[in-house]
Design a protein around this ligand. Structure first.
Ligand code: NAG
Length: 258
């Protein structure tokens, strides 16, 4: 019978093979990788959380066989630049309770390696990826590699979704990362305002001293001609007042010229 129908034979073999694979699955509750039992292949109920700085070698062995995650993945406060722990093994990443991937407060994260992934799903009314207070938000906009990784994930999240859907699920949500961009932007206007302020204050100081001088000069000017007339009438020489004013203020010379 098998000989006459090789297709059925192959199908049966495949079924047996799949069954034996299935028996090897090891389901684990999500937690931090170093706390996992050895050999987990499926993570469920709670997210798998890469957090802080743990021994990379330990993490790699713990997550080496994981190929399905059903409660989301979190990358928190790590100093990894290249997240490639699951790059060649993870095939399914889902979370019906929230985002599929949460990236929070890492310092240098730039690359997200999920090359083997074929299914990426999050809670229907939320975002697929949440980037929370993380500089990755900036890399994802500018860095070519980071952008490509994100585009790949976005593509995966759209598979099977009706392309005519008017309101597709939000892919990435960026939370609480406004500090750095406005910080840079603030400096330019702040500097300009500061410089203008200084110029205005200096201008006012100069203007005040000038007007004061001018006022003094005027005061000095107006009595001078009379003094001059009177005194030159009466005698000779320049009056004492005029001399003293001449020493201080240049316009005091005017009466002479007149
Ligand atoms: C994932 O694996 C591919 C293929 O080996 C590699 O080109 C890519 O750089 C890896 N991604 C990361 C983030 O390491």
């Amino acid at each position: 019978m098998f000989d006459s129908n090789p297709f059925i034979f192959k199908a049966v073999c495949l079924l047996i093979l799949l069954r034996s694979f299935d028996a090897q699955e090891k389901k684990c509750l999500g937690r931090e990788p170093q706390e996992l039992e050895d050999g987990c292949t499926i993570i469920e109920t709670k997210p798998l959380v890469f957090k802080g700085t743990q021994s990379e070698a330990v993490i790699r062995t713990k997550v080496a066989k994981i190929h399905e995650i059903y409660a989301g993945l979190e990358i928190i406060e790590t100093d990894y630049e290249n997240f490639d722990f699951l790059n060649k093994t993870l095939r399914v990443l889902k979370n019906s309770e929230g985002a599929a991937i949460t990236i929070r407060k890492n310092t240098k994260l730039k690359r997200l390696g999920f090359w083997a992934l074929s299914t990426l799903e999050a809670k229907k009314d939320g975002a697929i990826v949440i980037i929370d207070k993380d500089p990755f938000a900036q890399f994802a906009e500018k860095d070519r590699d980071a952008l490509r990784d994100m585009k790949h994930l976005e593509f995966l999240s759209r598979i099977g979704v009706d392309p005519d859907n008017q309101c597709p699920q939000k892919f990435a949500e960026i939370v609480g990362y406004e500090e750095k961009v406005p910080f840079h932007n603030y400096w330019v206007p702040l500097t300009i305002v500061g410089v203008i302020g200084i110029i205005v204050v200096l201008g006012m100081v100069v203007w005040r001293t000038r007007t004061k001088k001018a006022l003094k000069a005027k005061k000095a000017e107006s009595p001078q001609p009379k003094d001059l007339e009177k005194k030159t009438d009466g005698g000779e020489g320049v009056p004492e007042k005029a001399v003293s004013m001449q020493g201080k203020v240049a316009p005091a010379e005017d009466p002479k010229n007149k």
